[in-house]
Design a protein around this ligand. Structure first.
Ligand code: AMP
Length: 139
């Protein structure tokens, strides 16, 4: 499948669709997942046209990994989860639904079961409050 420039994350990168930003640098952008599996679920994307790991250049793989670590550390400090899942899906059969490469950072809370992935849009105020708490803890 060829990269589709109209995918939702490409639109977010171009500023054509709103998002709740956490962090941005030259090669990456981190923002809140609007249908979070748990409070603090964040996505990290490359500023590069790549659908999946196979299309992403090594420089961007490294940049996404670096941002993922930075943001995961901020989530750990801000939200105190008991664990953090970091995962990335390639292809529809793997469950990928947005075809711009992205890393999921999903905090896990021992006292709260995880929600079913992608079934409910969180309200904007809740997402923004969580984003503010995480941003305060970025190094
Ligand atoms: P995947 O199944 O790995 O392709 O994950 C796609 C993720 O993107 C899901 O967790 C969705 O909740 C999330 N998502 C879809 N649209 C948006 C959006 N406009 N802003 C933020 N997250 C989104």
């Amino acid at each position: 499948m060829a990269y589709n420039k109209d995918n939702v994350f490409a639109q977010i990168l171009r500023g054509e669709m709103p998002s709740h930003p956490i962090f941005e640098d030259e090669k990456t952008y981190a923002f809140m997942d609007i249908m979070p599996a748990s409070s603090g679920h964040t996505l990290v994307i490359p500023k590069s046209e790549a659908e999946n790991i196979f299309e992403l250049s090594p420089g961007y793989v490294g940049a996404v990994a670096k941002t993922t670590k930075l943001v995961a550390a901020a989530i750990k400090k801000a939200l105190r989860p008991s664990g953090i899942i970091i995962t990335q899906l390639n292809g529809p059969d793997a469950g990928q639904t947005v075809f711009h490469y992205h890393m999921h950072i999903i905090p896990v809370y021992s006292e709260k079961p995880m929600k079913v992935h992608m079934n409910k849009t969180e309200n904007k105020e809740a997402l923004e409050l969580t984003a503010i708490a995480i941003k305060k803890r970025l190094g």
